[in-house]
Design a protein around this ligand. Sequence first.
Ligand SMILES: NC(=O)c1ccc[n+]([C@@H]2O[C@H](COP(=O)([O-])OP(=O)(O)OC[C@H]3O[C@@H](n4cnc5c(N)ncnc54)[C@H](OP(=O)(O)O)[C@@H]3O)[C@@H](O)[C@H]2O)c1
Length: 341
Amino acid sequence: MPSSLLLLGLSLSFWLALRPLSRKRRSDAIPNYSERVLVIGASSGIGRAIAHIYAERGAKLCIVGRRGEELETVRVECEGLLKDAEPASSNRVVSIKADFSDADDMIRVRTVLEQEWGVLDTLVVSAGVSALQPLLHVAGVDGQTSDAGLPTVEGVRRTADIALAATKGNYLGPLVSAVTLVYVSPDALPFLYLIFLACPIIQQIPFMSKSPSPSIHLISSLAAVFPAPTRTLYTSTKAASLMLYRSLSIEHPNIAFSYLLPSTVEGDFRASAVDSGPTREADPNKHGLKRTAVAARAVRAIDNREGIVFMPQFYWLGHILGCLWPSFVERRARRKYNFPL
Ligand SMILES: NC(=O)c1ccc[n+]([C@@H]2O[C@H](COP(=O)([O-])OP(=O)(O)OC[C@H]3O[C@@H](n4cnc5c(N)ncnc54)[C@H](OP(=O)(O)O)[C@@H]3O)[C@@H](O)[C@H]2O)c1
């Protein structure tokens, strides 16, 4: 009984900690049709669905991804959705082919936005890569066939290379994007700020601090807080970016950071895995969350400045349970990924 009370008390405090401090809607500060939004990873999946929502709302939109053709398709889709938005407008969707882990590419994105808008209100980082194999399989040792024993030097190198690719897609990308786009206002030196206000050329420097309500949203994953077999590289790199942004949010309290942690989502995310190979879980397209629902939840989290959002919501309780009773959660993870119990 006392332990149940303790669990209840801990759960309540955790839930309270996750609630946003302020319930004021952003739309009071920025009307939907004048919001300037950059979606990184918009050429497919959740990012594409998020871009659609902002286009429908009539936002000024910039979409980024590496695949030019897919990106162009999404740009045309968004232009089509904008037609129904108020006020009617043209050239409101900019698409830029870029790798978000590449400093030159992201500076190029920033330069375009400086010229087009001068200010960025909302940054959505949806880009990411999957990794699906048990770590020692990546190294060429699976323990079941003749490939048992210790990995060769090539196996260890291959594992390190694949870990670098996962790090690039899930950690370095979010890092380079944030470093490139977060603007630090000169409030430590008030006289510099006066020069800043007085000088139109300097005012061309964006970015987020010039927005009436700057916001950064990271599409993270439940994998960032739940360990799982076959997901060593994915969970660790998603956890790294989540902690990066959460810590960054403390350094920049003027920016509203929010994070969506969805469970499995429908789509082709696993097809572009950095370690390619078979998946051990049930088909995401049969049991996964709908991309449109995930995108809508992300946008609601941004609008309401919600902080951390689990999807489905009850997973916040699972997170607490994982701290109190780790073996239970580990067993569930083994079952989900069809790993021997
Ligand atoms: N699918 C799931 O089950 C699931 C569950 C929880 C969380 N998530 C998270 O949701 C996010 C989106 O996944 P999704 O399901 O929408 O998968 P997706 O359809 O494969 O989308 C991934 C997007 O990221 C972009 N991207 C990847 N690397 C990039 C890079 N270096 N530079 C720029 N863009 C890059 C891809 O565009 P290009 O290839 O054109 O560059 C694509 O637009 C990821 O962060 C993922 O971790 C997914």
